[in-house]
Design a protein around this ligand. Structure first.
Ligand code: FRU
Length: 460
């Protein structure tokens, strides 16, 4: 069907279910050549509610195949808000701790919150195609005061135990909200160890090698909005060594999670998030995921920082390419360098020398009667802004880099090698497809600019 996935605001290379509401990515696990993406899903409508785990798989993080719903609510009661399947994570049960493996295929184990019914396990012995609920559920009983949810399970090599990071409050008080850590040797018996305050929903605990210090590994604790602290984790307690830093300066980055079990020879840490808050007028679906991104931890002179860039697999969708080098742009003279470029899906990579300009940037999805959406670097303020979001961005040697992904309903900007990222949903003008580059107040050097048309992942 040639109209498949081709609606006006249908993302062409960002994940969406065919129809209805979705939110958080769940159960991200790589196994046997496939990236699994589960997600909070309401099969009954375009509003949040009655949560299930939807499911898709991909061999390349770009082309997704939809699979049947993986997890249903635990009780088929008339009260739809009881025991629905809230967020969680998944691992490969390498040592058959759950005892469900019979042949060579490893068991996939999902940890999820059953709303009002505790933390639970589901497992699959057929590469994620069908799922059973564990007979000993719940593994952590429901407690009506702590509001616990979103278990993220990670292997802690030094102690040889699994660790669960679980969002919860330790008392009725708002300020007790945070992440509790539990440990287990067998995946089903969990012991509480410690609590970190100041976190809310969907935690992720990730061991990360420091890119410029080969012997060093740190543990990074992510919050639901992608903000994070860098520190150490001894298997029981997290000791932060940094302040909490923002992972994204946009309006639509939420419920982040990283894939588990990515093979060591690949070694990447890949994160995806739900783009909370988008609007998709008259569309059959409601929501989209960010484009998967690779995270790196680097020690800069000011401290540790996680950088984020789109995964290299975006290249699989590259269509027509446009390239410029060493262009010196004087305002008003060589206006709109990129005037040959139009389209609703673009991957832009540029290196800019600020020279004497006051500001420069792009107008995205401009049209005949539509100025488009402005992406602006303001030199005096040292800020990057787009779609109402502004991030501080200091030049490096008077230069900045911008990598931009434009899809039918989103703009993601990764600046200075992914040190600053803005992820936003947007609703462009219907007939506005032009890209414009502008600079004001003085010269800007375009040291390098590559723009690729991005093909639809759903048609190729
Ligand atoms: C975050 C969240 C999670 C919860 C899920 C329910 O967006 O509120 O804490 O598990 O969504 O859909």
């Amino acid at each position: 069907d040639k109209n498949y996935y081709d609606e006006l605001y249908r993302p062409q290379f960002h994940f969406t279910p065919e129809k209805n509401w979705h939110n958080d990515p769940n159960g991200l696990v790589y196994y046997d050549g496939e990236y699994h993406l589960f997600y909070q899903y309401n099969p009954k409508g375009k509003e949040w509610g009655y949560m299930h785990w939807g499911h898709a798989v991909s061999t390349d993080l770009v082309h997704w195949e939809h699979l049947p719903i993986a997890l249903y609510p635990d009780e088929n009661s008339e009260d739809k808000e009881r025991c629905t399947a809230f967020s969680g994570s998944a691992i490969v049960d390498k040592n058959n701790l759950l005892g469900k493996q019979t042949g060579d295929v490893k068991t996939l184990v999902a940890f999820y919150t059953s709303q009002h019914c505790g933390q639970r396990i589901a497992y699959s012995t057929d590469r994620g195609r069908t799922w059973e609920k564990y007979e000993g559920n719940p593994i952590i009983p429901y407690d009506e005061t702590d509001d616990a949810r979103d278990p993220k399970v990670v292997w802690h090599e030094p102690t040889g135990k699994y660790v669960m990071a679980l969002y919860r409050k330790t008392s009725e008080e708002e300020k007790s909200k945070g992440v509790s850590f539990y440990v287990s040797e067998n995946l089903v018996d969990w012991e509480w160890k410690s609590h970190v305050y100041g976190y809310y929903e969907c935690p992720d605990l990730v061991p990360m090698k420091v890119s410029n210090r080969p012997e060093e590994t740190k543990w990074v604790l992510f919050d639901g909005d992608g903000s994070y602290m860098v520190g150490n984790f001894d298997g029981e307690e997290f000791s932060p060594e940094s302040a909490k830093m923002r992972g994204d300066f946009g309006k639509n980055y939420y419920a982040t999670q990283t894939w588990s079990n990515i093979p060591e020879e690949d070694g990447r840490i890949i994160q995806i998030a739900w783009m909370r808050g988008g609007e998709f007028p008259d569309m059959p679906f409601n929501g989209q995921m960010t484009f998967p991104a690779e995270l790196e931890l680097t020690k800069f002179n000011f401290g540790y920082k996680v950088t984020r860039r789109p995964v290299k697999e975006i290249e699989l969708l590259h269509g027509k390419a446009y390239q410029w080098e060493k262009e010196n742009l004087i305002p008003g003279i060589n206006k709109n360098l990129v005037k040959r470029v139009s389209g609703d899906c673009l991957h832009i990579y540029g290196e800019f020398d600020i020279k004497t300009c006051n500001n420069f940037g792009f107008m995205i999805r401009a049209g005949r009667n539509d100025p488009g959406t402005e992406l602006l670097y303001n030199v005096k303020r040292g800020t990057l802004s787009v779609l109402g979001s502004t991030a501080p961005l200091a030049p490096i040697d008077n230069k900045i880099t911008l990598e931009i992904l434009i899809d039918r309903a989103s703009v993601e900007v990764y600046a200075n090698g992914g040190q600053t990222v803005i992820s936003n949903c947007f609703t462009p003008g219907e007939k506005s497809d032009d890209l414009i580059f502008f600079n004001n107040g003085g010269e800007v050097g375009v040291d390098k600019l590559s723009i690729y048309e991005v093909e639809s992942a759903w048609q190729t």
